[in-house]
Design a protein around this ligand. Structure first.
Ligand SMILES: [Zn+2]
Length: 207
């Protein structure tokens, strides 16, 4: 999981959400505009939890309330810009026509343990809580805080729904790409890719 640095709320978001009382009254084309903004300016088109490549298309992603907006949770944060990110719909690795939800925001739903949740828009060192089994593409808890990291992996099901395979595939693609680059230029290219953080499953490469 990567740290997401929030920017100031854009003016259109402030205007679009002014005086709205419920999330359902926020028109879908306006939500779409917000998603596009968040993906472009804050998330490099990666899911805020699993780092799968997503677009602002409704079938691919949704606006995620990191602290859930449920009436028994944080309804006052429904339109709080710093509580909003874009999550995949948990179907990224599915075969066509399979809408089974496997992970991320829709699976997390109303769950948020204030003592355990590692919030990607708050923790600059969030990546340090995780490590990867490079052979199996699995995300695992590091020694930093196993309880919190395991809670996140379980709550978001970060090893389900083909995500381990997606990490393996991302690594294969990366190696293929590197083979096409002259050996003496590879080091610089790798540095650039890691710095940009645009690559799918980027944390898998960072660690
Ligand atoms: Zn995801």
């Amino acid at each position: 999981m990567r740290y997401i640095q929030k920017v100031q709320p854009p003016q259109f978001f402030i205007e679009d959400t002014l005086n709205l009382e419920s999330w359902s009254s926020y028109f879908s084309h306006k939500k779409h505009k917000l998603k596009e903004h968040l993906l472009e300016h804050e998330q490099n088109y990666l899911c805020c939890y699993c780092e799968s490549k997503i677009s602002s298309d409704t079938n691919s992603s949704h606006v995620e309330h990191i602290r859930p907006k449920g009436h028994d949770k944080y309804p006052h944060l429904t339109f709080e810009y710093h509580n909003l990110a874009v999550s995949c719909n948990g179907t990224c690795q599915n075969l066509p026509n399979d809408s089974t939800i496997h992970n991320c925001g829709h699976i997390k739903s109303n769950e948020y343990d204030e003592n355990l949740f590692l919030n990607p828009v708050e923790l600059e060192d969030i990546r340090d809580y995780f490590e990867y089994d490079i052979d199996e593409g699995k995300i695992e808890a590091s020694a930093k805080n196993e309880q919190k990291a395991s809670y996140m992996i379980d709550t978001l099901r970060l090893n389900d729904g083909g995500l381990t395979k997606a990490r393996e595939k991302a690594l294969e693609n990366f190696i293929e790409k590197m083979k096409k680059i002259e050996a003496n230029l590879r080091r610089e290219e790798i540095k650039k890719i890691l710095k940009e953080e645009k690559l799918e499953q980027i944390s898998f490469f960072e660690i």
